[in-house]
Design a protein around this ligand. Structure first.
Ligand SMILES: *[C@@H]1O[C@H](CO)[C@@H](O)[C@H](O)[C@H]1NC(C)=O
Ligand SMILES: *[C@@H]1O[C@H](CO)[C@@H](O)[C@H](O)[C@H]1NC(C)=O
Length: 261
């Protein structure tokens, strides 16, 4: 069923592209002409242009840049996201710039016949679908506040299959998974966006050896990684050099331990 839909989508989309459509999907909504040539005018209106006015401009140059490279069905990623990332988001989100890169140990090859990337994922097609869903949700909802609760909800669901988890979390956080599926996942848009995730992951230096894999201000060491897995809030607090240190940073770790009475 999904495969059939994919094939139909690719045929339809394949006939509509023109020479003007920018290669990088991030540029598709940059102006009306490129949106037209990529046949995504409605998507740009719904998801990008109508929201542009609400964007805030502040100097946030001292934020800690934290990037998580992960794949949707890897158990350790699910664990890390449900514990450390969730806790950090709830306590120190104002001093960090969290970037998620859902690709992990996947591979891609360019298909000349379809002019599309073909992805293969460590935990199979469901994982590729989940990675793409996260990528698309972040494209439509670029603010962490708007996409992270949904993504963490999915990663915290260890009982349902990924499609069920997605619809349950979608209902909870007003994410229309069916619409995203047709507008992005099974579509040239999603394909290009997911390729960007592959490029980000494959350009890591040092290259990642496992996931979850983290960088802090662009840097990865085993020491940073271990610290993040044990106490991400502490790591973010320590790294932060700005003047708005949240209260939780001044405290010892005691409030996160469960002491015996
Ligand atoms: C957060 O990081 C992304 C890159 O991952 C960057 O494009 C964006 O400008 C950063 N945001 C802030 C507020 O620093
Ligand atoms: C890919 O297709 C183009 C024409 O669309 C052709 O010129 C090129 O040689 C092909 N490349 C490969 C590797 O088959």
């Amino acid at each position: 069923m999904n495969l059939l839909l994919l094939i139909i989508t690719l045929v339809v989309v394949g006939t509509k592209t023109s020479a003007l459509c920018p290669n990088n999907p991030s540029d598709w909504c940059s102006n009306i002409n490129s949106a037209k040539s990529c046949d995504v005018v409605k998507q740009c209106w719904d998801n990008v242009w109508s929201q542009r006015n609400q964007r805030e401009k502040k100097d946030k140059s001292d934020l800690v840049e934290f990037t998580l490279y992960y794949e949707t069905l890897c158990p350790d990623c699910m664990e890390f996201m449900s514990s450390q990332i969730l806790h950090a988001f709830l306590t120190v989100k104002e001093i960090m710039n969290l970037t998620l890169v859902p690709y992990g140990n996947a591979n891609e090859i360019w298909r000349n016949e379809t002019k599309l990337w073909q992805f293969s994922c460590q935990h199979g097609p469901d994982e590729c679908w989940g990675n793409l869903l996260h990528t698309c949700v972040m494209y439509y909802k670029p603010k962490t506040d708007d996409h992270l609760p949904f993504i963490l909800c999915m990663e915290g669901n260890k009982v349902d299959d990924i499609q069920t988890a997605a619809s349950k979390c979608g209902a909870q956080y007003s994410i229309d998974v069916d619409k995203i599926e047709s507008d992005c996942i099974y579509n040239r848009l999603g394909n290009g966006l997911q390729h960007n995730m592959a490029v980000k992951t494959d350009s890591l230096n040092p290259p990642h050896k496992y996931v979850p894999w983290i960088t802090v201000n662009g840097k990865h060491t085993e020491e940073i990684q271990k610290r993040a897995e044990k106490d991400l809030v502490g790591l973010i607090c320590e790294t932060y050099q700005g003047t708005n240190k949240p209260e939780v940073c001044g405290k010892e770790n005691t409030d996160r331990k469960c002491f015996k009475n």
